[in-house]
Unconditional design. Sequence first.
Length: 391
Amino acid sequence: MERNVYLDHAATTYVKKEVLEEMMPYFTQSFGNPSSIYKLGQENRKAVDLAKERIAKAIGATPSEIYFTAGGCEADNWVIKGIASANQKKGNHIITTSIEHPAIMNSCKYLEKHGFEVTYLGVDEDGKVRLDELKSAIKDTTILISVMFANNEIGTIQPIAEIAKLAKEKGIYFHTDAVQAVGNLRIDVAKIGVDMLSMAGHKFYGPKGIGALYIKKGTRIDNLIHGGGQEQGKRAGTENVPAIVGMGKAIELAYKDFDQHNERIIALREKLINGVMERIPYVKLNGHRTDRLPGNVNFSFRFIEGESLLLMLNMKGISGSSGSACSSGSLDPSHVLLAIGLDHATAHGSLRLTIGDENTEEDIDYVLEVLPTIVARLREMSPLKPMKEDK
């Protein structure tokens, strides 16, 4: 019997049964527009408000600070462009990192074409921002610092609270792309001190096409989408009620029995990391060894090409990736792996496996059985296969 092992939860997750069940009535029975004043519309308004309450509770915010978007990319775009537009009289300088998601990177590049200055901070070999370099990069014209909470490729968790403190001391807005972190890490925006935080429902077993942006009360930010007065006048467009309901339920489930759940995921992660490191030579674990997302594993295998590795794993029923799902169509090596110091050839031989709720020890055992054989076969076929003097 063919085995199917899904290990690409950083790309997307399935919708949980409980989430789908709560969503279903809003497609057919309770289909009213939340902006309508009659009963059918007001029932949906209550559903939207409940979802905001659930999300706010999960991250330590207030419901009025939660704004729904079409996903993490929109939330990131809104922050970068909205803060730039609303605060350009104060300054035109933005600080981010060289390992951000394309939604941040490309938004910053867009602003550079329109008179803004952007500093892209380097990271250390584990993918962490150096706080002294961040401090040195700050100028009188700096209006925003944006650093992702945890990297989508290598899983490294950043010192977000320390960055937030530094930004606050300098009177600079601080945003974190927490798309990979929400649902996988405990987050309290009030304690951490962030001004804005992006998230996406499909990363924690909710539906695709729905995200949210936390905006701290008092933050000066312009709208990205103009139209009607939805989302407190901040984000126009009739609300996607079924998806909003699903995201609210999903985040509630994500933080139920959270510690016990994460202990199990981390145990599977460690079993996979240790097994690969023991059984396969010429391999490097990318990202911080311990300060990483619970289910994230990212390896670089020397002397092979990552795309071939993915194809052969797929033939064995194993789903993984070579990096960000949003960049998987590119033939260029991962900008994240290059930023942590890997050469192009090694970066091309990367594999990201991300563990989720339904994965088992048997899944990990199967990967550890199949992966060494595939790597060995690809190396035999490679013109760059290792020599005896290689280390």
